[in-house]
Design a protein around this ligand. Structure first.
Ligand SMILES: *Cc1c(COP(=O)(O)O)cnc(C)c1O
Length: 392
């Protein structure tokens, strides 16, 4: 076996609990989940009307500092609505990292627009702002307040920074670039509830930001998502659009546009309210797990834990090992040995420009992304993970 591979396996077995299989990320319910769900059943408000939905929205806005939050069925539908409202439509392009979950690109496609892939920073995991700005300088032109891709001649409407694994993207530069090139910013903060950039919550910088409450995220509602807006009027329009664009009336059904049935059900929001009460505790546990990994791998040459820039606070949603250089052989060895032993690890997503439906999309040089896909390995990161260094 590769000597570094056996060293890494040895360290992991030393700090991880003995439970097998040990999942990558498990949901954690230790609060009022049952109580609030029972309340939905008792009152029979289980669907898209009920007090928990608006309560959850208000609590999300209060926690993130957003002007308003609109709760929807999942993070993907949140992205769909946010991009649609940002003006992405047929014949347009939207800039997004090639290194993200497929939902980010799928939502662009649902709008009829084309994903346009941008590269990650050399040591990842987020977009590289300098490389992006240089690329836009040479490959786009702004005409009458619209940015055009000079090669495809299509308008580029929006830029989607993704806060990967809970690590905040460089939002100061992202916002500067978006102003220079007239791009609407829709932040994919699906993984970053509880992550802050310069003391400001991720997802609150641009036109809109989205959250996901899928079962594998830091906070779960079973399935769910939310759109964050600073502008309340825009949020109100989003709420209208996600509830079939129905005109409020005691008994008449009238709709003033093609809306969507994307409203989060009350039963999911009830779970969300219970989970949100526990978020500060979740973040503390996550911090402890991240520190245990960091301390354990600090003395090891050839590998680091993915780190957070100094002006940021990460929610440490998913911890990742970062090999010093791309090494398929070593990466495969670590993945195979851990998963065979019942320790669930995984490589980062297959970069989107390698997926059949996105192979021909416009893209800049993606060499950092390709290198990172052979450098990153996600490690078990559940909220209730009791690392031994932690327990001692
Ligand atoms: C989870 C996730 C989504 C999609 O959220 P769903 O609730 O699963 O639809 C979008 N983007 C990123 C980066 C994600 O991790």
């Amino acid at each position: 076996m590769h000597p570094l591979c056996s060293e890494i396996i040895h360290i992991l077995s030393g700090i991880l609990p003995e439970q097998r299989p040990l999942p990558l990320h498990e949901p954690f319910f230790n609060g009022n989940e049952s109580k609030y769900i029972q309340d939905c059943l008792k009152t029979r408000f289980v669907s898209s009307i009920g007090r928990y939905v608006s309560e959850f929205e208000q609590q999300l806005a209060a926690y993130t500092g957003a002007g308003d939050a609109v709760a929807v069925v999942n993070g993907t539908s949140a992205l769909h609505i946010a991009l649609h409202m940002a003006g992405a439509g047929t014949g347009d392009e939207v800039l997004l990292p090639a290194l993200t979950f497929v939902a980010t690109a799928n939502a662009v496609s649902y709008c009829g627009a084309t994903p346009h892939f941008i590269d990650s920073a050399p040591d990842g995991p987020n977009l590289d702002p300098e490389k992006l700005e240089r690329y836009l300088d040479t490959h786009t032109k702004v005409k009458n307040g619209v940015c055009f891709n000079t090669k495809t001649e299509k308008p580029i409407r929006a830029l989607v920074p993704v806060h990967i694994f809970g690590n905040p993207a460089p939002m100061t530069q992202v916002m500067e670039i978006s102003r220079r090139f007239h791009l609407k910013v829709v932040e994919d903060a699906a993984e970053s509830l509880g992550s802050f950039y310069n003391h400001q919550h991720t997802g609150t910088f641009g036109f809109a930001g989205i959250l996901s409450f899928n079962g594998n995220k830091i906070l779960t509602t079973g399935g769910g998502g939310a759109i964050l807006f600073n502008d309340r009027k825009t949020a109100e329009r989003a709420r209208h659009l996600t509830t079939t664009a129905k005109i409020t009336h005691p008994y008449r059904f009238t709709h003033d546009m093609t809306g969507y049935n994307y409203r989060m059900p009350n039963i999911n929001a009830a779970m969300g309210c219970a989970q949100l009460e526990q978020l500060p505790g979740f973040l503390k546990s996550k911090q402890a797990v991240a520190e245990a990994y960091r301390n354990a791998f600090l003395p090891v040459k050839g590998v680091d834990m993915l780190s957070t820039p100094g002006n940021c606070r990460s929610n440490h949603w998913l911890n990742a090992l970062l090999l010093s250089r791309p090494d398929r052989h070593l990466q495969n060895c670590i993945l195979k040995e851990t998963n065979t032993a019942g320790i669930h690890t995984r490589p980062v997503w297959t970069p989107l420009h390698h997926l059949p439906m996105y192979r021909l999309c416009p893209a800049m040089d993606l060499s950092n992304t390709d290198a990172l896909s052979h450098r990153l390995i996600n490690l078990p990161s559940s909220i209730n993970l009791e690392t031994r260094d932690n327990a001692s």
